[in-house]
Design a protein around this ligand. Structure first.
Ligand code: M6R
Length: 578
């Protein structure tokens, strides 16, 4: 989490940095700040709140600077905890976690340093000041040698008015070369104007000056710095006439699914399967975990070996049965989720093969994995995963079809069904408004509908803050049915023919306790208070259809409550801390 950016060149830095921060805001929006070198002087404006809270920073003069947008880990969302942190001649913007910050802070305090924030990051500025003997790179080298944890850093020093030093260790950082200067940022959209980019590897230091970039190892050995063309268009952050990115991105799902199916890499799938394995783990977090649950069902049927989906954060809390015959497929739209990366590293440590399914080909995960599959969703800006979920499901359907020696023909037809579902938005809007009056909204499903129920619930909670949960419908009677009364609403996903009667029973049970029931179903005999009907499709593909009305329900519930679905509180798009 957190987004960092640096610029040095011929333009006024503050404007470039501010623009970049608005494109990185999805990574955290608790506070923002910009520091600019104006000759030997350092000017810094930083405040709690979104990037627009520092709009006045655009007026800062100077052609070299750094910026930060924060997702709070250590210390609240207050002005004092906003980055950049300044100590003496140094200003630092940090993304990641300095795990040994408490020990470092104690050491520095003993040396007479006093701290003005509650953050782990401020220790880096103090360490730099304490290590500096007139040689900037030497001070950086000595500082990073003392840091434990994950860190991407952008560093200014008033003795070097046109230089920025950038560091990468386990948190993403990408360099960009533009006609007027050099940038570094946590993600490519902030480098939209750059014709070329260079994704930094771990344990790298980059010295940026208007003349270009120099690359060093942590022991300050000079390394080649190779740039490649930046293929991402600058316009990707456009809402395209929609009120929110989330709504625009739901609209883009048809195309995302078709692109993902069309670009399914059969060669890579063949090479992966040729390795042979006796068990498979799919790991991911949040929405990626939910797509992994569907993926596990499909792959187990296709591969005929045990396939389990696991939460990446839990995978690392036990000693999974991993060996050379295991395959771990890590699912992550960003490819930067710390828990998923940790699960991937664990897999490699025990000799398992690691494959990745991600939407970001330049991500840490894609570089860590032995095999990388890409979804064709395009950049997703809204914090809620929508089109990337659809694209992950499409990948699993394509993989399943490949394993069966078939083509996933329905994926080509999905766009038409998707349009049909979107045309029912008029029905969903008032229903969403009704759900906002409930004290709890619970999602239930059985079998293939269970992951859809979990995902529908996550989406609603995430953007509308309505309390609730997703349950396996059969589990309700083992405890959670106690929650049901006249103030609760239940969204029942019922798409599987052989489970229909059991779902009808679960629905009757919650209605008998007074709950208002919405059924999401292709069947016309489900005993609900309201039905959101799904068009007919091959049964296996219903999870792909189901998520469309569920996402719209969440979106409209958020809008109805006056919330911004693109920037839910306490969240960030890319969760780069464990
Ligand atoms: O980038 P990732 O797919 O690894 O992200 C995982 C989760 O943080 C993410 O899916 C999160 O749950 C979404 N905000 C849900 O909409």
């Amino acid at each position: 989490m957190c987004g960092i950016i640096a610029y040095t060149g011929r333009r006024q830095a503050a404007k470039v940095l501010y623009d970049g921060l608005t494109r990185l805001e999805y990574r955290g929006y608790d506070s923002a700040g910009i520091a600019v070198l104006n000759g030997w002087r350092l000017d810094c404006i930083k405040r709690a709140g979104r990037v627009c809270a520092i709009a006045d920073a655009r007026a800062l003069a100077g052609t070299c600077g750094i910026g930060h947008t924060r997702w709070a880990t250590h210390g609240g969302a207050e002005d004092k905890n906003a980055h950049p942190h300044v100590c003496g001649k140094f200003a630092v913007a940090h993304n990641g976690i300095i795990e040994n910050y408490a020990a470092l802070k104690a050491e520095l305090s003993d040396m007479g340093h006093s701290f003005s924030s509650d953050t782990d990051s401020e220790t880096v500025a103090h360490l730099l000041a304490a290590s500096y003997r007139g040689d900037l790179l030497d001070a950086v080298g000595r500082t990073v040698g003392k840091l434990r944890g994950s860190f991407a850093l952008c560093i200014l020093c008033t003795d070097f008015p046109d230089a920025v030093v950038c560091v990468r260790q386990k948190s993403p950082l990408i360099l960009g070369r533009a006609a007027d200067g050099v940038l570094a940022a946590s993600d490519v959209p902030a480098l939209g104007g750059c014709g070329e980019i260079c994704v930094l590897a771990d344990s790298r230091i980059a010295l940026l000056t208007p003349a270009g970039a120099e690359l060093y190892s942590f022991s300050l050995a000079r390394l080649p710095c190779v740039f490649a063309p930046n293929t991402l268009r600058a316009s990707v952050c456009d809402k395209g006439g929609y009120a929110h990115f989330m709504r625009k991105e739901i609209e883009e799902e048809g195309a995302a699914v078709v692109r993902t199916a069309a670009s399914f890499d059969e060669g890579a799938a063949r090479r992966l399967c040729a390795d042979g394995f006796s068990r498979v783990f799919l790991v991911g977090c949040g929405t990626a975990y939910h797509s992994a649950l569907t993926g596990a069902r499909l792959l187990e049927e296709g591969l005929r070996v045990p396939v389990r989906a696991e939460l990446a954060s839990e995978f690392c809390c036990r000693r999974p049965l991993l060996d050379r015959c295991s395959l771990v497929l890590a699912v992550s739209q960003s490819g930067e989720t710390a828990d998923t990366l940790a699960a991937g590293r664990l897999a490699k440590k025990y000799g398992a093969r690691l494959a990745a399914l991600t939407n970001a080909g330049h991500s840490s995960l894609s570089r860590l994995a032995d095999h990388c599959f890409l979804t064709g969703a395009g950049v997703e800006v809204g914090v809620a995963a929508t089109k990337t979920y659809a694209a992950q499901l499409a990948f699993f359907y394509a993989f399943y079809a490949f394993l069966r020696g078939q083509k996933a023909a329905y994926l080509q037809k999905f766009a038409a069904a998707h349009r049909k579902l979107l045309s029912r938005e008029g029905e969903i809007r008032p229903l969403a408004a009704k759900l906002t009056g409930a004290q709890g909204v619970y999602f239930i499903g059985r079998g293939a509908d269970h992951p859809s129920a979990l995902e529908g619930s996550l989406k609603l909670r995430e953007v509308s803050y309505l309390p609730g949960a997703g349950y396996a419908a059969g589990e309700l009677k083992h405890g959670s049915i106690a929650l049901m009364d006249g103030n609760t609403a239940v969204v029942a996903v019922a798409t599987q023919k052989e489970l229909k009667e059991k779902m009808k029973t679960s629905i009757s049970e919650v209605r008998a306790r007074g709950a208002f029931v919405v059924a999401v179903t292709p069947f016309d005999d489900i005993p609900a208070d309201q039905v959101l009907s799904l068009p007919a499709c091959p049964q296996r593909y219903y999870p792909l259809l189901t998520q469309v009305p569920l996402q719209l329900l969440a979106y409209h519930a958020a809008v109805c409550r006056g919330l911004d679905p693109d920037r839910p509180r306490h969240l960030a798009k890319s969760v780069t801390v464990e």
